[in-house]
Design a protein around this ligand. Structure first.
Ligand SMILES: Cc1cc2nc3c(=O)[nH]c(=O)nc-3n(C[C@H](O)[C@H](O)[C@H](O)COP(=O)(O)O)c2cc1C
Length: 212
């Protein structure tokens, strides 16, 4: 465990990536797999991950992301995109998939499906999107930890215009909305103001309350 914590100390929100370095595909695959394996509320997995390598597409996204250079200097750009709403079709898709993979169902499980069908689709679309977006952030966290484990630099970014990114990637037509983006790459040897600054976190005493 301390090995993982050492790597979490090592990771930082890299500001300048070396454009000549490419993250090996197997590492990218494991970083994305960590998001796919992340837990989600009711197991609905209401988000998808886009892995953007196309240089022209990343050039288009960069100005919509405050001109942040990592978008094009990294070798891969992950886009976490959440479901725009919970629909009966989407809920049924996940329950049917579960039944197919587990080879059967049971009454409790089907009652749970019905409870979600009775509640989620009737809720406000924005409430549902925000719930889905929270699940995407769990995937984000898993991928950030996996990237650190792989010693790949990853910069989580909310600093972008989601509507513009949705447009560039055609997300709305697929019932998705971008939530957070993550360039993957390797830190540049110079030119990053953050690289040599101490990692700052609140001390444990003000962060953890033990209720014994
Ligand atoms: C959801 C989220 C959004 C963020 N958006 C940006 C961003 O747009 N640009 C950026 O340079 N850093 C961004 N950050 C990085 C944070 O500023 C950084 O993680 C935080 O200051 C802690 O520093 P560290 O990650 O270097 O340890 C974001 C982090 C998270 C988790």
């Amino acid at each position: 465990m301390s090995e993982l914590l050492n790597k979490l100390e090592w990771r930082y929100a890299c500001k300048k990536m070396d454009p000549t370095k490419v993250v090996p595909q197997e590492k990218v695959d494991r970083i994305v797999e960590a998001a796919r394996l992340a837990p989600t509320s009711s197991g609905l997995q209401p988000f998808e991950v886009f892995v953007v390598t196309n240089p022209a597409v990343r050039e288009q996204i960069k100005p919509k992301a405050w001109g942040q250079g990592q978008v094009t200097d990294g070798s891969h750009l992950l886009v976490f995109a959440a479901w725009d709403n919970y629909t009966a079709d989407r809920i049924n898709m996940m329950f049917d998939l579960t039944n197919a993979q587990r080879g059967g169902t049971n009454e409790g499980w089907e009652n749970y499906r019905q409870m979600l069908l009775n509640n989620y689709p009737a809720r406000d679309e924005q409430v549902n999107f925000e719930h889905a977006a929270r699940q995407a952030y769990i995937g984000l966290g898993a991928s950030l930890i996996a990237a650190a484990f792989e010693e790949v630099d990853a910069t989580p970014m909310e600093g972008f215009d989601p509507k513009a990114v949705d447009e560039i990637l055609g997300l709305r037509a697929r019932g998705l909305r971008s939530v957070v983006i993550v360039p993957l790459g390797y830190r540049a040897s110079e030119g990053d103001w953050l690289a040599n600054l101490k990692k700052v976190r609140r001390p444990r005493e003000t962060f953890v309350t033990e209720v014994k």
